[in-house]
Design a protein around this ligand. Sequence first.
Ligand SMILES: C/C1=C2N=C(/C=C3N=C(/C(C)=C4\N[C@@](C)([C@@H]5N=C1[C@](C)(CCC(=O)O)[C@H]5CC(=O)O)[C@@](C)(CC(=O)O)[C@@H]4CCC(=O)O)[C@@](C)(CC(=O)O)[C@@H]\3CCC(=O)O)C(C)(C)[C@@H]/2CCC(=O)O
Length: 209
Amino acid sequence: MPHSYETDGASIYRASFATIRAEADLARFTPEEEPVAVRMIHASGMVELAPRIRFAPGFAIHAREALMRGAPILCDARMVSEGITRARLPASNAVICTLRGPEVPGLATELGTTRSAAALELWRPYLQGAVVAIGNAPTALFHLLNMLEDPACPRPAAIIGCPVGFIGAAESKAALAADNPVPWCIVSGRPGGSAMTVAAINALAGPAE
Ligand SMILES: C/C1=C2N=C(/C=C3N=C(/C(C)=C4\N[C@@](C)([C@@H]5N=C1[C@](C)(CCC(=O)O)[C@H]5CC(=O)O)[C@@](C)(CC(=O)O)[C@@H]4CCC(=O)O)[C@@](C)(CC(=O)O)[C@@H]\3CCC(=O)O)C(C)(C)[C@@H]/2CCC(=O)O
């Protein structure tokens, strides 16, 4: 007997968002933050994620305005850059991931760090006013914070810092929230990942559902 299931994509999205709004505690989010949190929960399948999603004051407004102005989106991993829905971007924004640049392995050896962290050195020409999306590598987020300690380093408009894992993820996100270099969004603790980070960008880029 064939399985019966919902086949309409738009209906699936509608039902998902309605379920999240019925089950997750979203009361503390501002109207600008709420659609971002909903889409991050949607990408993770976990309404329990809500208390871990944290925004610096004004993050959602700053990030959305930057995207509207045409800011580039700087991604730590291809899983992030590939996931961004180009049709939602308000200004045909450039989506940049430098991880596979031919110079990156050598740079990583020279700097004594991971390729994910070294690749951020290639962000410098694009960093001013950009929207940063770090969804995989804790070392990338730590490296960005170290770069931003230099007052001469260009400032992004907003940072989504949601690396995942057991080594450095919680610590790098706590450091971002504590250092407060520019408006940020984090998922506190070990959870995070490319999918949640992409979801945050896709929410900021397009209309609220
Ligand atoms: C230690 C690393 C971690 N990776 C994690 C989780 C995932 N990574 C995937 C993939 C395919 C990639 N991870 C790399 C970024 C690679 N991962 C690392 C590094 C060794 C170090 C980064 C760090 O610690 O900050 C990193 C390599 C590097 O030198 O920077 C990747 C580039 C490896 C590669 O293929 O060469 C690659 C990213 C490719 C891309 O998208 O461009 C996973 C899919 C794992 C898998 O294949 O099984 C998964 C994706 C998670 C996600 O949602 O993004 C961790 C858990 C983040 C981990 C760091 C923390 C830890 O606790 O270990």
